[in-house]
Ligand binder design. Structure first.
Ligand code: DON
Length: 310
């Protein structure tokens, strides 16, 4: 059993790594994200017994961005089963930037290499069951409400609009996927679902609780009810290890050694079986699109508490 951190210690460690924000830059390719303050930092650890320790600007909301890829994958797997999903999206890391189109050209039949890169995640969004954009996004939101027990979680429509209007690369990826029969639905509708899922607002506490449910093998922390089947939660965590931090997943595995997923808003969610979930928010990003403060704090936590799964 790993000792629990107290709030003062987490505050002190967050404070110690705060200066790393100077080494990163807030994402600006989505205009609404560029307005965020790089020094707004927060962290939360949600233990499996329901205890939660938080530090920094804990009330600050930020959008899930690519962290949503883990959740849309879990829902698409629940909706369609593994065979359907992995017939259309692969399981291999790419070592390429998250929005790269290049590998789609290299393989025949064309198939995104994994669900954590944009091409794969767009294909996964197309698989979420529902007769309309609203129903698909609504089902994803309900799934999040169930995971967090926070029914106030919603889409930040300002970010969603900003993202949809500037999603030129994602639109290109979708047209390519449509041409090659990877997606069944309409391109613009799938783009709407994807940009909405990326624009779901959370705080660090909710995000760490999602990480804790994954760490609890998909079971609700209070009731023990299986929200995500255990084998599907395991698949999601495995992708978090192999591709969750994009083309920095290898160095992250060495330095931190936790299943984790980042987003360009500056959020990072980590999950450790038998321990709980960890969330960090720090909008300044490195050149791969990962939060610099998030990476550093997770490295400190992992080293001090010997959290690596390896
Ligand atoms: O598709 C995009 O570009 C964003 N909505 C999400 C990208 C992202 O978060 C990648 N993260 N590191």
């Amino acid at each position: 059993m790993i000792d629990k951190l107290d709030k003062e210690t987490l505050e002190a460690w967050l404070d110690n790594v705060s200066s790393y924000a100077e080494d990163g830059r807030v994402a600006d390719y989505i205009p609404a994200l560029s307005k965020r303050d790089p020094n707004e930092l927060a962290a939360s650890i949600y233990y499996l017994d329901g205890d939660c320790v938080k530090a920094g600007k804990v009330d600050c909301c930020f959008t899930l961005q690519s962290i949503s890829k883990v959740l849309s994958l879990a829902l698409a797997l629940i909706d369609n089963g593994e065979d359907y999903v992995f017939d259309r999206v692969g399981m291999e890391p790419t070592g390429d930037p998250f929005h790269s189109i290049y590998r789609l050209e290299q393989h025949r039949p064309s198939k995104p290499l994994n669900p954590m890169i944009n091409a794969g995640a767009l294909a996964v969004s197309d698989m979420i069951r529902g007769g309309s954009i609203e129903e698909k996004v609504g089902r994803l939101l309900s799934f999040l409400h169930e995971l967090t027990d926070d029914h106030t979680i919603q889409v930040n429509e300002g970010v969603a609009d900003s993202e949809y209007e500037t999603a030129f690369l994602n639109r290109s990826l979708l047209y390519y996927l449509k041409q090659h029969g990877v997606i069944a639905g309409d391109v613009e509708e799938t783009l709407k679902v994807y940009t909405h899922q990326c624009s779901i607002d959370v705080n660090v506490q909710s995000l760490s609780k999602i990480g804790a449910v994954f760490a609890n093998e998909g079971r609700d922390l209070n009731s023990g009810r299986q929200i995500i089947p255990k084998h599907l939660a395991r698949i999601c965590k495995t992708f978090m290890v192999t591709c969750g931090m994009y083309d920095a997943s290898g160095s992250f595995a060495i330095k931190v050694g936790l299943p984790a997923k980042s987003g360009v808003s500056g959020g990072v969610m980590a999950s450790l079986n038998g321990f709980g979930g960890i969330a960090v928010y720090g909008p300044a990003l490195d050149d791969k699109g990962n939060s610099v403060v998030g990476l550093k704090l997770l490295e400190v936590l992992s080293n001090r508490y010997d959290l690596s799964i390896f």
